[in-house]
Ligand binder design. Structure first.
Ligand code: UT7
Length: 323
């Protein structure tokens, strides 16, 4: 079960109108109409995946009344770690002083938190953990090409954290569904910066170091896969959409969210939306939305929540959780 949640976002906020000042030819109207985004948080010099993840984790631990020494595992979902080696999770472990925890990352891009919670559930089922911290944390704006208007208006930074414990009294994960399709990897990727095309001055100059996305293609796959993921998780939980109290989808584009809700036959007032204030924070988007929903009373005891996400890879998945 999800025993506590937390979130964190950098203080600096960039509104759609702010792009003009950095020479990007775009408009508030285009961004709002095509994506639903109004503003996003941008990491400042003092922010990092570790600092954002630690702040979110402290909130989740406090909400779950768990201290760092009680964590058996730390799973960090991120596509923008502070260092390529070692894992972001061990940096978080050190920041929290969670000395007993086994710490590792899950790289499943925007679906990362869903994959991370699924892994946490598996660790608990296998008997190797009782208390798992799962964090989605990103500083995507540091791997964004700030000269490419197709992508730079979309992303934001932040972290969301959740404490996962063994299910009790009917509360917990009712179903989980995860899928991937690596044949489509190059529709959303970073061509350089890894072992095959290391970072070079040329890779920085020609933009291959940064995120590349074929937006329209990704959009089509996102709509299809998120619809499929909703169906699969509901079927596996033997529930119809009427029994869902809230849907928390990955926040990439309001039009994708609306299409997903329509397919699942869930009215938009049962769908959590905060893309307007955060943009796309990849693995952090769902756990940030979850924490907002918890702290504003949108999720009460006994509520059934459908989570659904899609991202680079492609990776996609869903969870049905009873709180
Ligand atoms: O997080 C997980 C994965 N990511 C996603 O799920 C994102 C999926 N994709 C999308 O959300 C949308 O495809 C975008 C928001 C990225 C783009 O929206 P679109 O409706 O698919 O636009 P488009 O890429 O087809 O571009 C339409 C036009 C183009 O102009 P022309 O060629 O029609 O003259 C673009 O150059 O909009 C132009 N454009 C912009 N105009 C103003 C692209 N970006 C901008 C911009 N401001 N920032």
């Amino acid at each position: 079960m999800i025993a506590g949640t937390g979130r964190s976002a950098p203080e600096r906020v960039l509104t759609n109108d702010g792009f003009a000042a950095i020479g990007i030819e775009t408009s508030d109207e285009w961004i709002r109409e095509r994506t639903g985004i109004r503003s996003r948080h941008i990491a400042g010099p003092a922010d990092s995946v570790t600092s954002l993840a630690a702040a979110a984790a402290r909130g989740a631990m406090e909400a779950a009344a768990v201290n760092a020494g009680e964590l058996d595992s730390i799973v960090v979902a991120t596509a923008s770690p502070d260092h390529l080696l070692p894992a972001a999770a061990v940096e978080l472990q050190a920041a929290l002083g969670a000395s007993r925890a086994a710490a590792f990352d899950v790289n499943a891009a925007c679906a990362g938190w869903i994959f991370g919670v699924t892994v946490a559930e598996g660790l608990i089922a296998a008997g190797s953990a009782e208390t798992v911290l799962v964090v989605g944390a990103e500083t995507l704006t540091r791997i964004t090409n700030w000269k490419d208007r197709n992508t730079c208006v979309l992303f934001g930074d932040g972290a969301g954290a959740s404490i996962v414990k063994r299910a009790s009294r009917g509360r917990g994960i009712l179903s989980a569904y995860t899928r991937s399709d690596g044949t489509l990897a190059k529709l959303l990727w970073r061509p350089a910066g890894g072992g095959v095309n290391p970072v070079t001055p040329e890779a920085l100059a020609d933009g291959t170091f940064w995120i590349h996305m074929q937006g329209r293609e990704v959009f089509k796959h996102a709509v299809r896969s998120m619809a499929d993921a909703c169906d699969r998780a509901l079927d596996a939980a033997k529930l119809s959409s009427d029994s869902i109290d809230l849907v928390i989808p990955h926040q990439a584009n309001i039009r994708i969210i609306e299409a997903t809700a329509k397919h699942a036959n869930v009215p938009m007032d049962k769908v959590y939306v905060n893309i307007d204030r955060y943009g796309n924070t990849s693995a952090a988007s769902i756990p940030i939305a979850l924490d907002e929903a918890m702290r504003t009373g949108r999720i009460g005891e006994g509520a059934t929540v459908l989570f659904v996400g899609f991202g680079a890879g492609f990776t996609w998945g869903s969870l049905v959780v009873r709180f």
